[in-house]
Design a protein around this ligand. Structure first.
Ligand code: AHR
Length: 514
């Protein structure tokens, strides 16, 4: 069905002999480089929230669970998707979390009330399980410390448990728990969304900035090899943005290595055009934060570099307070199924555009975590005791991550005349001689005309298209309804490539040069 639809669109466009009114000319020169694409742009996020952990990545009674209770079907999808880093354990959850509750013999772990998501936390899965899961998934762990109900001392204990070789109270506890070798966790977040009034232990900017600076200083005294992420704005629409970010940078600049930004977009009811164009806000958001970092660096006459970490991002199709609304009348439960959003093709296009914004900012954005890894605003869905399946959003992540490994993001020039609403990002891999062009066509059928400069002769090209005849199609009932299809929707003439894009589609063009 999907294949047929794409072929029909392309045939129709060919029959019209490319006289498509909407055309975008994109000039690509391999020397116009933005920056290396960090592998950690392809991160995700495992929070103790809803069914992300319990019956998401971990379900010991499941027929596909391995000896550690990890769902192997989910592990496989995570690996295929090209996830390279995972943030843990929250999120809002971390601001009330006692990490010690989640280590040691399972029978001794306490059941606790969990305030962020009105849940009961069994602590069956904790830091040691997460580390083991990361090893199996082949991903870098990124841990978050609780600066909500706790603070510096607890952060130091957690770091000592994870990274200190042995011979001290907390490191010996890790060894007694069966983990002789230190984990060497490199990436640490200093709290979560501390600017948000919803956060347990929410703080004023200066207050948080001081705590982040002092906590970070002590953590680096314990382990100078770590990298620290300070909590920046939770959304571009926060009333405190960008003052929050400037203040935190003023207080903590020399200690931190990354400033975080979080961003979710919903608003499908605004209509397709307005919904899809929200990625432009993300571009401005990153530009503003980048400028704030530069300003503070200059004010401080500092040589230190602070990069950006978009360590929560996604498409969120509900109003932001709806999770709490959802839970208002429900009893306290273990892993309640909350906020399990089902994505449409249209959602996948915005999702792809958000990833393309990240590529275009690859010089300063070095970490990004798609939120979350299973079941909640996720690319991977699981049924408790049943199968797992892939949402429409899985595919843009899969292609952008797997195609851009080891590449450098290129700055393009777009000719405005007759311009179609085509969003794009381009990555060049010198070793593989591979140019990857990602295109989102946000309107009717259109042509992208790629003019290549300073590349050797094109040897081969492939194109993969993700679309559907109804932009509201999801993969919920038919798991194959929105899947990528390899399509010959392009022609190569010397150093020019014409790509026919079906309406509302995501296209991956893989070009191999000599
Ligand atoms: O990703 C879900 C929640 O969204 C996180 O806990 C929080 O940090 C954000 O507001």
């Amino acid at each position: 069905m999907v294949t047929q639809y794409i072929e029909n669109c392309c045939r129709q466009m060919r029959e019209e002999q490319w006289v498509c009114n909407m055309e975008t000319k994109i000039i690509i020169n391999k020397h116009y480089q933005i920056g290396a694409v960090s592998p950690f742009l392809y991160g995700s996020f495992a929070e103790h929230m809803g069914r992300v952990v319990y019956s998401g990545i971990y379900e010991p009674d499941h027929s596909k669970a391995d000896e550690d209770g990890f769902r192997t079907d989910v592990l496989k999808s995570v690996k295929n998707m090209g996830i390279r880093l995972v943030r843990y354990p929250g999120g809002n959850f971390v601001s009330g979390y006692h990490w010690e509750d989640g280590v040691g013999p399972r029978k001794d772990r306490p059941r606790k009330v969990e305030l962020a998501w009105k849940s009961i936390e069994t602590n069956e899965f904790g830091t040691d399980e997460f580390m083991k899961w990361c090893r199996k998934a082949g991903v870098e762990p990124m841990l978050c410390v609780n600066l909500g109900t706790r603070g510096m001392e607890d952060a130091l204990h957690y770091l000592e448990y994870c990274n200190f070789p042995g011979g001290t109270y907390w490191s010996d506890l890790r060894i007694r728990n069966g983990h002789k070798e230190p984990y060497g966790v490199k990436y640490w977040c200093l709290g979560n969304e501390m600017d948000g009034p919803w956060q347990i232990g929410h703080k004023e900017a200066k207050e948080y900035g001081r705590i982040a600076a002092e906590t970070g200083k002590a953590m680096k005294a314990l382990d100078p090899s770590i990298c620290l992420v300070a909590s920046g704005s939770s959304l571009s629409s926060m009333p405190t943005f960008p003052e929050w970010d400037l203040t935190v940078l003023e207080e903590a600049y020399e200690v931190i290595d990354y400033l975080s930004l979080h961003q979710y977009y919903g608003g499908q009811e605004k209509g397709t055009k307005a919904f899809l164009s929200q990625s432009e806000d993300m571009e401005h958001y990153i530009e503003t934060i980048r400028s704030a970092v530069r300003l503070v660096k200059a004010r401080k006459r500092s040589d230190h570099e602070v990069k950006l970490a978009m360590d929560e991002w996604g498409v969120w199709s509900r109003p932001s307070n709806s999770v709490n609304e959802e839970l208002k009348d429900t009893p306290w439960q273990v892993a309640p199924a909350i906020s399990e959003q089902i994505y449409t093709l249209e959602d996948a296009l915005l999702f792809a555009s958000m990833m393309m914004v990240m590529l275009r900012n690859a010089d300063s954005l070095k970490i990004a975590c798609q939120a979350l890894i299973a079941n909640i605003s996720s690319c991977i869905m699981t049924e408790r005791g049943g199968e797992s399946w892939l949402q429409t959003t899985y595919y843009p992540f899969y292609y952008i991550s797997n195609e851009t490994r080891g590449g450098v993001s290129l700055k393009t020039v777009e000719e405005e005349e007759k311009s179609a609403d085509i969003d794009h990002a381009v990555v060049w891999n010198e070793d593989k001689r591979q140019l990857s062009v990602f295109l989102v066509n946000r309107e009717e059928k259109a042509t992208a005309f790629l003019q290549l400069e300073d590349f050797n002769k094109i040897k081969k090209a492939d194109s993969i298209v993700l679309t559907a005849n109804d932009p509201q199609t999801t993969n919920r009932e038919n798991h194959q309804a929105v899947i990528p299809v390899e399509t010959v929707n392009f022609t190569v003439t010397g150093d020019r490539i014409y790509v026919e894009l079906p309406p509302l589609s995501f296209d991956v063009l893989r070009i191999i040069t000599g």
